[in-house]
Design a protein around this ligand. Structure first.
Ligand SMILES: CC(C)(COP(=O)(O)OP(=O)(O)OC[C@H]1O[C@@H](n2cnc3c(N)ncnc32)[C@H](O)[C@@H]1OP(=O)(O)O)[C@@H](O)C(=O)NCCC(=O)NCCS
Length: 222
């Protein structure tokens, strides 16, 4: 697999804005669709995010706010309010994650940011901090149905690592599950699966609950 990383001049939709950004291209991964491109979610890509997430905001009106809001707030905000909150994050210039495009169309999403972006993690006995080292967290995946079961999760993880490295991350953390041969349904695998994290270079660092390890990728010293 050849995973190359480029600095590019990205022109906003409609050609009105031009910003320097990051793009990664994935060439000929055995099981992945060809011509994958990965971009941080910036305001000019909001419409693609909307298109990917569809009328249900990926799942149950979430709009990727699950790890960002206390459960009581989340429950009050499902649907349009969550969507507006996510749009405010994007418009503020904070990057909440990365999009993958297959053949030019938005095909998947991975939420990755400094762990502080996801305060709910620390309310969980299973996922609370394991030490005080600064980490970035990968908390959610959403792959459009036509592109599922083609290895996109691993590809997204590799792009998430690159994105976090550009933000000077030294450790990237994930909270996957292990389907153990069982078929996952609905949104069950939204935090990812251990095998994909292993393939991307993550290792298990702690397991406070049988089915939910915390895994880390340690950025090699350059
Ligand atoms: C879960 C999901 C992200 C998987 O993405 P994907 O690109 O299809 O996954 P991959 O093809 O890269 O597979 C990675 C691993 O997960 C396994 N896997 C993927 N889907 C699976 C399923 N439904 N059941 C069991 N295992 C599954 C694959 O077999 C593979 O395992 P392996 O490494 O042992 O071969 C995708 O199905 C999805 O987006 N589901 C909806 C999640 C959601 O609702 N997110 C938003 C929440 S608000």
């Amino acid at each position: 697999m050849d995973f190359s990383f480029h600095h590019v001049l990205m022109t906003g939709r409609g050609g009105t804005t031009a910003v320097y950004g990051l793009m990664w291209q994935l060439h000929s991964q055995a099981s992945s669709p060809q011509n994958l491109e990965f971009y941080p979610l910036t305001p000019d890509r909001w419409q693609d995010f909307e298109r990917l997430f569809g009328e249900h905001g990926a799942c149950s009106g979430c709009w990727c706010m699950w790890w960002r809001l206390k459960r009581s707030e989340f429950a009050k905000n499902t649907g349009q309010k969550n969507k507006r909150m996510m749009k405010r994050i994007v418009d503020s210039g904070r990057v909440p994650g990365i999009l993958v495009y297959a053949g030019g169309s938005p095909a998947g999403w991975c939420s990755v940011a400094p762990r502080e972006a996801y305060p709910v993690l620390d309310r969980s006995l299973t996922l609370k901090r394991i030490d005080e080292r600064p980490v970035w967290s990968v908390v959610c995946f959403f792959v459009a149905k036509p592109f599922r079961s083609q290895g996109l999760m691993t590809s997204l993880l590799k792009a998430a690592i690159e994105h976090a490295r550009q933000g000077d991350a030294k450790i990237i953390e994930g909270y996957p599950i292990e389907p153990k041969g069982r078929r996952m349904s609905g949104s069950e695998g939204f935090t990812g699966v251990t095998s994909a994290f292993e393939r991307a270079g993550f290792v298990e660092v702690i397991r406070r609950s049988p089915g939910r390890p915390i895994m880390r990728y340690f950025v090699p010293d350059s």
